[in-house]
Design a protein around this ligand. Sequence first.
Ligand SMILES: Cc1cc2nc3c(=O)[nH]c(=O)nc-3n(C[C@H](O)[C@H](O)[C@H](O)COP(=O)(O)O)c2cc1C
Length: 147
Amino acid sequence: MQKILILYSSRTGNTEKMASAVAEGARATGKVEVDVEYHVDAEDLVRYDAIVVGTSTYYHDMPMDMKHLFEEAAVKSISLKGKTGAAFGSYGWSGEAPKMVLEIMKLKFQMNVTEPPLLVLNTPSQTSLDQCKALGKRVSETLMHVA
Ligand SMILES: Cc1cc2nc3c(=O)[nH]c(=O)nc-3n(C[C@H](O)[C@H](O)[C@H](O)COP(=O)(O)O)c2cc1C
């Protein structure tokens, strides 16, 4: 079975709510295995067919943990080439972090990314959560087509 990692970072819970909804959408297809994690090691990334990163934006940047993960993967020459990638996150006014994640996935790791990232202003509404579910479903269906 194809595997999806939903890796997220959230300080006040907004992006966490999005992550849960993305996971719900991905699991609804019943055809993929979904792990939701707050932290993984770079070596863990190779076990997944799709990597979906959720990150809020603080000080126009992504959290250090997320940066370290990508840095570690690059230093250890961990290949993510051809894996499916997507990004989402809550933001307050600029929302750079998910865009940065997608650029790194695409340009550094040669992943096949879904653009643009899903950005939600502050606390996600029910409509936003439905968009998160749709993102999870889309990623899941992409994997089913490439399998
Ligand atoms: C100290 C601080 C710095 C922030 N910096 C940014 C920023 O640079 N750009 C932005 O879009 N939002 C910024 N925000 C807003 C957060 O991204 C927003 O509150 C978001 O909903 C937090 O999501 P989380 O609960 O998943 O961490 C900032 C918030 C705080 C408290």
